[in-house]
Write a protein that binds this ligand. Sequence first.
Ligand code: NAD
Length: 497
Amino acid sequence: MVEVKNQVVNLKMYIDGEWKEAENQQTRLVYNPANGEIIAKAPEGTITDARAAIDAARKAFDTGVWSGISAQERASYLLKIADKIDSYAEELTELETMDNGKPLREAGFDVADAAACFRYYAGLITKPDGQTYHVADPMQAMVVREPVGVCGLIVPWNYPLLMSVWKIAPALAAGNTIVFKPSEVTPVTPQKLFEIFEEVGLPKGAANMVMGAGAVVGNEIVSHPDVDMVSFTGGTKTGKHIMKTAADTMKKVSLELGGKSPNIIFADSDFETAVDYALFGIYAGSGQVCSAGSRILVEESIYDQFVARFVERARKIKVGPGNDPSTEMGPLVSADHLEKILYYIELGKQEGATVACGGNRIVTAGLEKGYFVEPTVFVNVEQEMRIVQEEIFGPVVVIQKFKDEEEAIKLANGTIYGLAGGVFTKDGAKGLRVIKKLRAGITWINSYHPTYNEAPWGGYKQSGIGRSLGTFGLEEFQEIKQININLQVEPVGWFSN
Ligand code: NAD
């Protein structure tokens, strides 16, 4: 078991290259989800703090201390950040586990991925882009990409480090300056990331971090006229609010929102592989993963066999504190979130669904102060039930039955969401046919969850607008400009006098 240092860390915000408390000195307590102990005090930022960060980012953008340096220079900063992440990997992994609750092996994976993401964008920004057009002489036309300006980046708590990096790395690579806000629930690892920014000597004002409530600090970032773009990851309800607020200043918005993703298991799939990935699809991250396979759709002829095997294995998942290396599933992130998950479990029962396994908070000795819930399975569910339609965002899965391919697709697409989805079958043509019918942005055939910095991440329908990662994730943070050059400088002669 990795020792958790028993001390409360005083976090600070990072504004214009300085570490700051909230201007009114208010703080918010941060808890370890595994035992409910206080691990940090974070500044409860105010509108004044948010404005100071926005002013710093605006000044840094307009003076060109970051946007005006070459892409190669920006890339070298990003590579130094990646190296620092690697050198602090152990500390970052432990912090992430303490901050969010996730098991060390998941946190370690996130940290390695964060370093890889900075390296990817350091490489991408120095590669050829832009276009030239064949137009009539004497004109020459071309397209260049430019940074958007000051970008407000707002992230949730489920991947405190990785969700931050998915935004910060491409935003900085493109030459933007940023005002970043971590979730108020998990600000510990993001602070460490900003310490790294200071260590590598990022120019003052290029990267600013404010902490505090979404409705206060977040709202100021979204509504302030000096912020040119908002890139938000979080719940669909918050995303809708952000889109409406951003409309007043016509900001560019990029929204990565919730999901209720289907995982379709055909009778001709490799049975044990399908069960295994279905478990991984829902219980990795304790189900607090936007792309989680939270609706399993199983072909009628193998339904009972699938449920029996899935439940048998779900019961054996080792739930425990993230810092115990033998833990397979950690706690939920907070006491509030625990309440939400228990509410949905009760709701499912009231709606008439049957709990096939789990369904309870875990209060066995050693876990009673943490926010642990049993891996939970609902069967006898109907498509219109709220537990089928709404994102629960915990270790709770519904297993539905379908007759044929057509019904599988209809059920799979039958929610407001369209983030992710999987198909299991040995029939290659069927697998691709069904995936192409899914209204979702992130999909798998005979797999679930692995994704890559190189590939675009994002949703259809109410799961969001725009894409993170890959070349698409860089383009989100760029404006596109056409430049038309006259190669024969003489009057146009349109008017006679
Ligand atoms: P949330 O929407 O409650 O909060 C996300 C962030 O928005 C937090 O930093 C919060 O402080 C801020 N915020 C809240 N109200 C705001 C406002 N009015 N103005 C500006 N900012 C505001 O989400 P959460 O509970 O932190 O995270 C869980 C959600 O995130 C789930 O729905 C999950 O699916 C989603 N998520 C999506 C992706 C994706 O890539 N699509 C990835 C991770 C998480």
